[in-house]
Design a protein. Structure first.
Length: 157
């Protein structure tokens, strides 16, 4: 019974995030597993997610915004000799019938100048602006500062 109660509590806690993450916009773009790493007030936090385009035409993520940050930028990570560097990108291409995953060490979203600390277990609002799909709002589930993926990623029970 203890495991059943724990499973029920976990399902209730994750239900809003999972529901928001799976709802496609009218343009056919669904945002899956939106999450970010914990960060201090005034600091910068990385956000990650998967964009799935069920539409018949390609789309592009043009920008992102959040009331929780002074600025939000789309970034990629590139190798410069022996050093990995982040650099801004103008857009993220999302092919028709395809997907793109923003992840640590690759394409990602930077929330710069956080108004409050982003603590594990909290959520942070983020609005994505697409060329065709328009604005799509999601809640980023805050994970530990060194997390490599959203809670439960890769685990099967």
């Amino acid at each position: 019974m203890f495991l059943t109660r724990r499973a029920a509590i976990a399902a209730i806690a994750l239900a809003p995030a999972l529901a928001a993450a799976q709802q496609p916009s009218s343009g056919g773009v669904a945002v899956e597993q939106p999450w970010m790493r914990a960060a201090i007030q005034g600091g910068t936090g990385g956000a990650f997610l998967t964009l799935r385009n069920a539409g018949t035409g390609p789309d592009r993520l043009l920008s992102a915004s959040s009331p929780a940050a002074r600025a939000v930028e789309l970034h990629t990570t590139v190798r410069d000799g022996d050093v990995m560097r982040m650099q801004p990108v103008q857009a993220v291409e999302v092919p028709a019938g395809g997907s793109v995953t923003l992840r640590p060490g690759g394409m990602h979203i930077m929330l710069i100048g956080l108004a409050e600390a982003a603590r594990p277990g909290a959520t942070v609002p983020l609005t994505l602006q697409f060329e065709r799909a328009g604005a799509v709002s999601v809640q980023l589930a805050v994970q530990a500062a060194g997390a490599s993926g959203p809670v439960g990623q890769g685990h099967r029970h």
